[in-house]
Ligand binder design. Sequence first.
Ligand code: 6PG
Length: 243
Amino acid sequence: MAIALPAGAEILPDPDALARAAADRLIAVCAAAPAERIAVCLSGGSTPKRLYERLAGPDYVGRVPWGRVHWFFGDDRVVPWDDARSNVRMVREAFGHGAPVPATHLHLIPSDAGAETGAAAYARALLDFYGADRLDPGRPLFDLVLLGLGEDGHTASLFPGKPALAAEALAAPVPEAGLAPHVPRITLTFPALASSALVLFLVAGAGKRDALRRLSAGEDLPAGRVTSLGRVVWMVDAAAADA
Ligand code: 6PG
């Protein structure tokens, strides 16, 4: 039986339809972006890989303004960028050779410096890109933030009960991840994610039903604390929605 979903949620029939719908929204965000440079915050994990592959594929590669888009990361694992657990490796593999991403437009989280140092460095890099020492509530840092949902209700590397939930800096170290892979993380924080014109949650698979149910029941889970200067839109496939 279909589960209750966050208000305004879109249900897509399968993961590929979800990827295509998200790609269409990203294209629309780029077309409407007010500034020359477009800032997109990428989600890690497995769900969005299909989207990234689509963007680099023949149906979309000619529609993305690659010379204007800057790609940031919502989080990463503190492992080498060529490690199988690295979100950088996942994104690079998904974009492959099809996506003409200028090297200076892929803003990697400096996880090689360790969680504390890397988080501080990335927070600085975000503000340097933004062009100010603090975020202005009237001007979002990101045109688009892509996020996933963990089975425990986490998003990015904002895990239930962990100190990073209260961080005021734009990025925070996560010494202990709440779910596998159990390696330290670096995550953007709620203030950083909130500085967005649009947040898209991409959720696929029956394994996410319980987290969706708990969110819809009003349980205080990290994914439910994400806000935006614009809209937060949930895009869920039929398996996750039990539809
Ligand atoms: C990560 C992500 C994380 C992910 C969720 C869902 O680095 O793993 O930032 O928040 O989005 O854990 O992951 P799946 O898409 O693999 O289910």
